[in-house]
Design a protein. Structure first.
Length: 176
């Protein structure tokens, strides 16, 4: 069982710019149409856990629903799943440890944890087992930071680094 972060950041550690935008992620030329290992990663996980803000960002993309796995959305304010996503998106709330245990009992062992606040909350509870962070060579100078304050340091071990499109570096870290 693992809770895994798979995310891209700017060189200065931001996951969105000062306007909460992520358009800068698409500035990297990708003539071969590579997904930079995302499909392989998705084959590893059973479900996604994200916050409401991340769901709203995904819904703003001009594309069909991108996930074939169940998506569990952490929200204390949403009362129903967006239209057309019934059976694909499920609302959950409560203590993160309880949510993870409940999902494990339902057979969801390896979870993709996505979204800034959600990742920070999981880290605060020491519930992240693996970090896969792709660094995009741009300085945003502000925005939404991937990491927030922690009560104590969390140690990770560097497992691997891969280079994509001659400019993206994907690092994989395991909880030490």
């Amino acid at each position: 069982m693992a809770n895994i972060v798979y995310i891209a950041t700017s060189l200065d550690g931001y996951i969105a710019d000062k306007d909460n935008g992520v358009e800068w992620l698409h500035d990297i030329p990708n003539p071969e149409g590579s997904d930079f290992g995302f499909a392989e990663f998705m084959d590893r996980v059973d479900a996604l856990v994200m916050g409401r803000n991340t769901l709203e960002i995904v819904l703003s993309f001009d594309c069909d629903w991108p996930y074939s796995k169940p998506v569990f959305v952490l929200s204390n304010t949403m009362t129903e799943v967006p239209n057309g996503l019934e059976g694909k998106v499920f609302l959950v709330k409560g203590k993160l440890q309880d949510i993870v245990e409940d999902l494990a009992q339902k057979g969801y062992q390896d979870l993709y944890i996505d979204g800034g606040k959600t990742i920070q909350s999981f880290l605060k509870e020491d519930l992240i087992d693996e970090l896969i962070i792709s660094t995009i060579p741009v300085l945003l100078g502000g925005g939404i930071s991937l990491f927030g304050e922690l009560d104590k340091p969390l140690k990770f071990k560097h497992e691997s680094a891969e280079r994509y499109a001659d400019c993206i570096v994907k690092n994989r870290f395991m909880r030490a």
